[in-house]
Design a protein around this ligand. Structure first.
Ligand SMILES: NC(=O)c1ccc[n+]([C@@H]2O[C@H](COP(=O)([O-])OP(=O)(O)OC[C@H]3O[C@@H](n4cnc5c(N)ncnc54)[C@H](OP(=O)(O)O)[C@@H]3O)[C@@H](O)[C@H]2O)c1
Length: 406
C-alpha cells in the first residue's frame, strides 16, 4: 500500500524530538525522504518549526490518549519515530497502531519492563502485519548492540568463530540528561520499589529474550568499583547497562544464537588506572546507589525531581550537545584466549546530539534501504534489524565510528 510519508516524527515538540527534526531537515531536506512532524499541540508544533527555521515541513496532530488519532497517524507513513515518553506511560497506543497498520517503528525507550510488555502483547500480530518494531535506537542501545555485532563479525573473520565473552567499557563520555530521560528512569525505579515481580524481571539478564531461549550462563555484572587486569583500569557500574545488556542478549537470540549459547556480556565505566581511578570508581558507585535509593523513596524522589534533576522539556544546551562525545571500548575473547578490542565513538553528546542522529538514520534505513526489504516483521533489536546496513549509515552520516584496535 502506498503511504503519504516515509517518516513521521511523533513527539516533535519533545526535547530530543526537536533535535531529531533539526537533523532530519539538515540531512534530508530536498532529498528523497518525505517526512513530517507530529505532536499533540499545533501551537507548539508551529513554534518549534519557527524556532528551527523549518517552516516547510508538514505537521500532523495526534494525542497518545486518543487511539483513533494515533491510528490515523501511523496509517499514513512507512515509519514512525516516537519520542513520546516515558514510554511506559504514553507509548503503547503508537506501538499498537503500528503493529495494526504494518508500519515500521523506532523509538528511544530504555524501559525493559515496557518492552517486555509490548513484545508479549503485540509480537504475534507484528509478525503477521509485517511491522518492524525496533526499540532502543538511541545511545541506549545502538553503540552497544551494533558494537557487539561489529566485534563478532570481525572475530569470525579473524578467528573463525565469535567471542564467547564481550565486555563493553565506557572509556570516556561527555553529555547531560533531559527531563524526559530522568522521568523515564524515575518511573522505573518507582514501579520497581513497589513490585517484586518487576524487580525480578529487571534483574534477569535474559528478560527480553524470546520464550524458549536456551541461555543460562551465569552472568556477572559490575555492581561496584573494582580493578580489572584485562582492561588495565578501575571500573564502575554504568547506568545504561541494565537496558543495553538485555538488548544485546535479545540480539543474540534473534540472530539464531550467533554469539553462542554461553555468551557472556557486561558493561561498565572505566575510571582510571591509578588510585585516583579507584576513588572515582567508588564515587560513581556511591552516586548511582544514592540516586536509585533517592528515586525509590517518595520524599527524596520529590526533592530530586524538584531541585537537582531536569524537568520535562529541559536538557543539555546546544553547546553541550556540540562539545559532547562518547568513546566505547569492547573487549572480546574466545575460549581459546584469542582477543579482540573494538572502539565505537560518537561525535556529539551521547543522549541527544548523537542519539537524534542514530534514531533518524535508523528510521531512514527502514524506509529506504533496499537491504531492509528482506527483514520480516516482529520486535527486533538494532543488531537483528539493521546490522551492517545501519553501521554504514551511521559512519557515513551520523559521526559514529566502528574500528578494530587490536
Ligand atoms: N535512549 C536514549 O538514548 C534516549 C535519549 C534521550 C531521550 N530518551 C527518551 O526519549 C523520551 C523523550 O525524552 P525528552 O527528554 O525529549 O522528553 P520531553 O521533552 O519531556 O518530551 C516528552 C514528549 O512527550 C509528549 N507527550 C506527552 N504526553 C503526550 C500525549 N498524550 N500525546 C502526545 N504526546 C505526548 C510531550 O508533548 P508536549 O510537548 O505537547 O508536552 C513531549 O513532546 C523519554 O522517554 C526519554 O527517556 C532516550
Amino acid at each position: 500500500m502506498s503511504k503519504e510519508f516515509d517518516v513521521i516524527v511523533f513527539g516533535a515538540t519533545s526535547f530530543v524530538g526537536q533535535i531529531v527534526c533539526e537533523y532530519m531537515h539538515s540531512q534530508y531536506a530536498g532529498h528523497e525522504v518525505k517526512w513530517a512532524m507530529a505532536a499533540r499541540s499545533q501551537h507548539k508544533l508551529d513554534s518549534v518549526k519557527h524556532e528551527l527555521g523549518i517552516e516547510d515541513v508538514p505537521t500532523l496532530i495526534a494525542d497518545a490518549s486518543d487511539q483513533e488519532s494515533i491510528d490515523a497517524l501511523s496509517a499514513q507513513t512507512k515509519v514512525i519515530i516516537s519520542t513520546v515518553g516515558p514510554y511506559d506511560l504514553y507509548g503503547e497506543p503508537m506501538v499498537k497502531a503500528c503493529v495494526k497498520h504494518g508500519t515500521d517503528y523506532v523509538d528511544l525507550t530504555g524501559e525493559p519492563q515496557w518492552i517486555r510488555k509490548m513484545i508479549d502483547r503485540y509480537e504475534a500480530d507484528a509478525k503477521t502485519s509485517g511491522a518492524r518494531i525496533v526499540h532502543c535506537c538511541g545511545f541506549d542501545s545502538i553503540p552497544s548492540d551494533l558494537g557487539v555485532f561489529f566485534l563478532q563479525q570481525q572475530a569470525k573473520q579473524r578467528f573463525g568463530k565469535p567471542c564467547d565473552q564481550v565486555k563493553t567499557r565506557v572509556k570516556a563520555m561527555k553529555g547531560g540528561a533531559s527531563g524526559g530521560t530522568v522521568a523515564s528512569l524515575v518511573n522505573v525505579v518507582k514501579q520497581a520499589s513497589k513490585d517484586a515481580k518487576l524487580r525480578k524481571l529487571l534483574a534477569n539478564p535474559y528478560a527480553l529474550c524470546p520464550e524458549g531461549h536456551r541461555f543460562n550462563a551465569h552472568q556477572n555484572n559490575v555492581n561496584h568499583a573494582k580493578y580489572e587486569e584485562e582492561t588495565g583500569s578501575w571500573v564502575a557500574p554504568f547506568i545504561m547497562a541494565s537496558i543495553n545488556t538485555r538488548v544485546v542478549h535479545r540480539s543474540n537470540a534473534l540472530l539464531g544464537n550467533e554469539y553462542g549459547e554461553r555468551f557472556l556480556y557486561d558493561e561498565a565505566m572505566m575510571t582510571g588506572k591509578n588510585a585516583k581511578g579507584g576513588l572515582m570508581g567508588w564515587a560513581v558507585t556511591a552516586t548511582l546507589s544514592g540516586l536509585m535509593v533517592g528515586a525509590a523513596l517518595p520524599p527524596t524522589r520529590w526533592l530530586l525531581e524538584n531541585t537537582v534533576l531536569p524537568k520535562p522539556g529541559e536538557g543539555p544546551s546546544k553547546e553541550e550537545q556540540r562539545n559532547g562525545f562518547f568513546d566505547f571500548r569492547l573487549f572480546g575473547s574466545t575460549p581459546q584466549k584469542q582477543h579482540i578490542v573494538v572502539k565505537v565513538t560518537g561525535d556529539r553528546d551521547p543522549g541527544y546530539g548523537s542519539t537524534a542522529k542514530m534514531l533518524s538514520e535508523a528510521a531512514v534505513c527502514l524506509a529506504h534501504d533496499t537491504e531492509m526489504n528482506d527483514v520480516e516483521g516482529g520486535f527486533l533489536t538494532p543488531a537483528s534489524a539493521f546490522g551492517e546496513t545501519l553501521i554504514k549509515r551511521l559512519e557515513q552520516n551520523a559521526g559514529l565510528t566502528f574500528s578494530v584496535l587490536a
